[in-house]
Design a protein around this ligand. Structure first.
Ligand SMILES: [Zn+2]
Length: 1025
């Protein structure tokens, strides 16, 4: 083998670097082929037709040199075949390389030199991304062409060069790959930013280095695919981010399609619009734009990267595309994480901000004006707006009202007026009517924008975010309008979301503010009502002076007995009698009560009672008297503490204060104000009575507890509360077992529970004392009680409820109900009392006597009803007779000859309504809708009776006069009589009507007893009708 060739091949086999190989190839040609005057070698990379290395760099030429687009060299490159030319023919053919070759060829060359372009094509596998096989062109200039031997040598040489090029290329590729990976690794180690702008800067720096571009940027896809947001341009963080629309822009196209766009000359490419794809003042020549895919969802595009102008080249190559794709692929997960992290952090900050907002707003609910001011301040802070305006919707006038037009304007006092405009006007009007959020990116181009406000104020509105404020029923109550986003081109989707969240807080706080105002108003009204009530309870000064100066009532020794009839005390003397109770019980002295204060307390308490038929001052007085009488009867209560005795007399006197003649159940079912206040605690009325008691004690000059110590005062309030609540019979029924237990063992003065129980029992005993009195008194009071019950029954019917039997004037049979009441409530109470306090045994006896009376009356009714069932027809005839008789005699109606005695059983619908029970019904199932006008109902029932009983021909008919007479009876019996004749039970004229007693009472009921004012009046009315 040729030793020279041997050396050449050896040196070829050692080459690893491209430049080294180029030099070896060049020197080898010279040593192998002596006639060669000049050699230069060009290598190519991955299908790029730019020469990468030069063996001979011609003077004045900047490397690398672009392969001409035509001529012999280009022909060699394209065809991969050797091209032989003479310098003359190149010059003649205007080959682009001719001038260069002529200049570098020997000066003495006459143009006959032979030039050969020898291609070295790689084997296809050596370069993975290569699309062209030609990797090197060797250009030789020789005085003569290659001879046959030369050709032989050249072929052998080229075979080895090809192998060397392959190896060098592969090596170069591996080295490049290693460098690239090292670069990526170092980049990735730096990509730990929690801020997308910082991260973007690092990614772009790497991209710039890898692709050798002049400039670059990255645009993030806004959440919700609305905008592209740019924070960094050419490695610099922008002062103000800018946004590009996804529509009609090249970058938007890339973000939507995921295509990669490589443009050599942007001025010729229709896809690039310098106005829309604006990048500040930079005017690019070429660009390469590529999407960044999410690592989580490979279809999701999170950003778009753009590189501009490859340094030293007209366009970016496929190799650049490859590098860029590679860099972006590595960055995408970090970028994704950073974006997610940033979003989470923003969300957290927003939540915190909203919580702060809530705190601010909810502490300013007391004044709506201050609240609105705060809302606007917070809204501005939250969304970074220059201005905020708030409009409340006035549904009545269909207007928007700006209470404070703009929070950023420091309005100086005096001219703060509501600004009003129609609901249909402007952006705020649109939002108020549609409920939509308007995010206007350019205010002046929006049709609803009203420029005149800007003109008037000199403010320049750029963009607007306008959102509705809705209440919990989703009704729009106002509109907030934010102007000019600070630090960005306009408000983002995030701002919209934030605004809506904020608006929920606004709505709640505005609602709270309104509620607060309502509560304050109600409180003030209640205060006013209280003052008004106290004003009307105020006592007459003369009366007060008289009472304070003459505090003694002489009721005789009888007054100290339980059998005494307190209702016999004239009404005008009851306050004095109360003074006497306090005095004789030793309380005035013990508790150092001034007689003036006590007098005022008693008069106020008197005034604190309303005038229902039963639960009035007379009842309170009677109950207090019973307490006094028990005190006198039972060793002056020496088994009780002084404070307890004091609490008993106050408790009895005040225990029904402001009673309205209706019970607890009625308060609840009629949704009364009292029920709203107290129903959660039970004992609605009793709680109210206690509250009224405190109210009186707190009134100036009424505090009979003023000389108690603080501890005594606190204890006293507890005692009063317990005592008054104990008068609720349901409370009594709850403790009756404990009372029985105490009666068994006897009262233990050391046991605090026994004290409590005994106080309760004493309160109940006092409250029910009416049934411990003489029979005449007891039944008169019973009438009052049922009159009040029936009034409630009527009220219940009026609100569509079915009254209880004892409240239902159509169903109740008083004697029977009384018998039940005594058996189940009263008798056990007084039996327990007499067991514990044997001195009260005569009280118990009298209750038993009363029971016997009621029992006899019940028997009588049953007997009568039995007869009635047998003698319906006879009864009816009798009835007609009685009616006729009444008409003739001017209707002297005695209970003993009650007109409709037999009426119920003669009516067809009676039996089903009475249910066969003890109740005797008048009027059958017909309802007497209200106590005040039962006339027509009665008429109806009477005429129905007449028709029903019309079998006996010629029976007398009810004439108008008698019907009117009955009307009169009814109306008068309902008692409009307010005239105070000094007797008690002033309104006690009975709305029982005539029916209950006629049906259920014995002839002796209406005895005309003085104590039974009701019966007396009742009779008077009947007699005059
Ligand atoms: Zn009572």
């Amino acid at each position: 083998m040729d030793p020279i060739l041997d050396d050449v091949l050896l040196s070829l086999s050692t080459a690893l670097e491209r430049d080294e190989l180029v030099n070896i190839v060049e020197s080898s040609i010279h040593s192998l082929f002596s006639a060669t005057s000049l050699v230069f070698v060009r290598t190519f990379d991955n299908g790029d037709d730019l020469a990468l290395a030069e063996s001979t760099t011609p003077k004045g030429e900047a490397a690398p040199i672009r392969l001409p687009s035509a001529g012999a060299a280009r022909q060699c490159y394209w065809t991969s075949e050797r091209v032989n030319r003479s310098l003359t023919s190149l010059i003649n053919a205007n080959d682009p390389l001719a001038p260069l070759l002529k200049r570098i060829a020997a000066a003495d060359d006459d143009g006959s030199s032979q030039i050969s372009f020898i291609p070295i094509a790689t084997s296809a596998t050596s370069a993975p991304a290569a699309t062209k096989s030609v990797m090197m062109i060797i250009v030789t200039i020789r005085a003569k062409s290659f001879g046959a031997n030369d050709e032989k040598l050249l072929l052998a040489f080229l075979r080895h060069v090809t192998a060397a090029v392959d190896r060098v290329h592969k090596h170069g590729f591996l080295v490049a790959e290693r460098d690239r990976l090292n670069g990526m690794l170092s980049m990735c180690s730096e990509l730990i930013d929690q801020n997308s702008a910082m991260l973007t800067r690092k990614i772009l720096g790497h991209l710039k280095h890898e692709t050798e571009c002049r400039s670059c940027t990255m645009l993030m896809v806004d959440d919700g695919m609305h905008d592209l947001v740019c924070q960094v341009f050419d490695l610099k963080e922008l002062e103000k981010e800018f946004r590009l629309s996804l529509d009609d822009t090249l970058f938007g196209y890339v973000a939507k399609t995921g295509d990669c766009v490589n443009i050599e000359d942007v001025s010729k490419d229709l896809r690039f619009d310098p106005v829309k794809d604006h990048i500040g003042t930079y005017a690019p020549q070429s660009l390469l734009c590529m999407p960044v895919f999410s690592k989580v969802d490979p279809k999701e595009i999170i950003a778009v990267a753009v590189i501009y102008d490859k340094l030293g080249h007209r366009k970016f190559t496929r190799w650049d595309e490859e590098k860029m794709r590679f860099v972006l692929k590595f960055c995408s997960s970090v970028l994704h994480n950073t974006l997610v992290f940033q979003k989470e952090r923003n969300l957290k900050a927003q939540t915190q901000a909203l919580l702060d907002v809530a705190e601010v707003l909810f502490t300013h609910v007391e004044s709506m004006d201050v609240l609105l001011q705060k809302i606007m301040e917070e809204a501005r802070k939250l969304t970074k707006a220059e201005r905020c305006s708030l409009f409340l919707l006035d549904y009545e006038t269909q207007e928007l009202v700006a209470k404070i037009f703009d929070s950023s304007l420091n309005r100086t006092g005096g001219n703060e007026r509501d600004i009003r405009f129609p609901l249909t006007q402007g952006i705020a009007g649109y939002v108020a009517t549609t409920g939509e959020v308007l995010n206007i990116k350019d205010a002046y181009s929006h049709e609803l924008f009203y420029k005149d406000v800007d003109l008037a104020t000199g403010f320049r509105t750029r963009n607007i975010l306008c959102f509705p404020i809705k209440n919990e029923e989703n009704m729009i109550i106002g509109v907030a309008q934010l102007c000019n986003k600070v630090g960005a081109e306009h408000f983002s989707m995030e701002d919209e979301t934030l605004a809506l969240q904020f608006s929920a807080y606004c709505a709640i706080s505005i609602h709270q503010s309104m509620l607060y105002k309502g509560v304050m108003d109600a409180q003030n009204r209640s205060q006013l009502a209280n003052e008004l009530m106290l004003y009307h309870m105020q006592v007459n000064e003369t009366e007060l002076a008289r009472l304070a100066e003459n505090p003694y009532f002489d009721g005789g020794p009888e007054m100290s007995r339980c059998s005494f009839l307190p209702r016999s005390v004239p009404a005008k003397d009851t306050p004095t009698a109360c003074m006497t109770f306090f005095d004789e019980m030793g309380l005035i002295k013990k508790w150092r009560i001034s007689s003036e204060v006590l007098a005022k307390f008693i008069l106020m308490t008197n005034n604190g009672y309303r005038n229902p038929v039963y639960h009035n001052w007379t009842h309170a007085f009677s109950v207090a008297h019973f307490c006094f009488a028990l005190f006198q009867t039972c060793q002056k209560f020496d088994f009780l503490r002084d404070l307890e005795i004091f609490s008993l007399i106050i408790g009895t006197l005040c225990h029904d204060l402001d009673h309205r003649g209706t019970n607890n159940a009625y308060q609840v079912s009629s949704h009364s104000v009292l029920a709203a206040l107290y129903s959660s605690e039970g004992s609605v009325m009793e709680h109210h009575h206690f509250a009224q008691t405190l109210c009186i004690l707190n009134s100036p000059g009424c505090n009979i507890l003023e000389n108690l110590t603080a501890q005594q005062y606190t204890d006293m309030l507890d005692l009063l509360r317990n005592n008054i609540l104990a008068t609720d019979l349901s409370h009594h029924l709850r403790i009756v077992k404990h009372l029985q237990a105490m009666a068994q063992t006897g009262f233990d003065p050391e046991n605090p529970d026994h004290h409590h129980l005994l106080l309760c029992l004493l309160m109940t005993s006092c409250d029910l004392c009416a049934c411990t009195k003489s029979w005449e008194s007891a039944q008169a009071v019973a009438e009052l009680i049922y009159t009040e019950f029936f009034s409630q029954g009527d009220l219940e019917r009026a609100i569509g409820m079915q009254p209880m039997e004892m409240m239902d004037r159509d169903r109740a049979c008083i004697p029977e109900l009384q018998l039940n009441f005594l058996d189940f409530i009263a008798i056990p109470v007084y039996r327990l009392l007499s067991q514990i306090l044997p001195e009260t045994s005569d009280v118990y006896e009298r209750v038993l006597d009363g029971r016997e009376q009621w029992r006899m009356k019940t028997e009588e009714i049953k007997r009568e009803r039995g007869l009635n069932l047998l003698n319906t027809h006879r009864e009816e005839a009798e009835l007609q007779l009685r009616l006729a008789s009444m008409r003739n005699r001017g209707a002297t109606l005695q209970h003993g000859e009650s007109i409709p005695e037999s009426l119920p059983n003669s009516l067809p619908d009676i039996s089903e309504s009475s249910g066969g029970g003890g109740a005797v019904l008048v009027g059958g199932g017909r309802k007497i809708s209200s106590a005040s006008d039962p006339g027509p109902e009665l008429k109806a029932s009477w005429s129905s009776h007449r028709r029903g009983g019309g079998s006996g021909g010629g029976t007398s008919k009810l004439d108008e006069k008698s019907i009117n007479g009955l009307d009169h009876l009814q109306t008068a019996a309902n008692g409009d009589g307010d005239d105070d004749d000094g007797a008690q039970g002033k309104k006690s004229t009975s709305s029982l009507g005539s029916t209950q007693w006629r049906q259920c009472s014995s002839p002796k009921l209406s005895t005309g007893s003085d104590s039974s004012e009701a019966s007396r009046q009742h009779q008077v009315v009947v007699e005059t009708s």
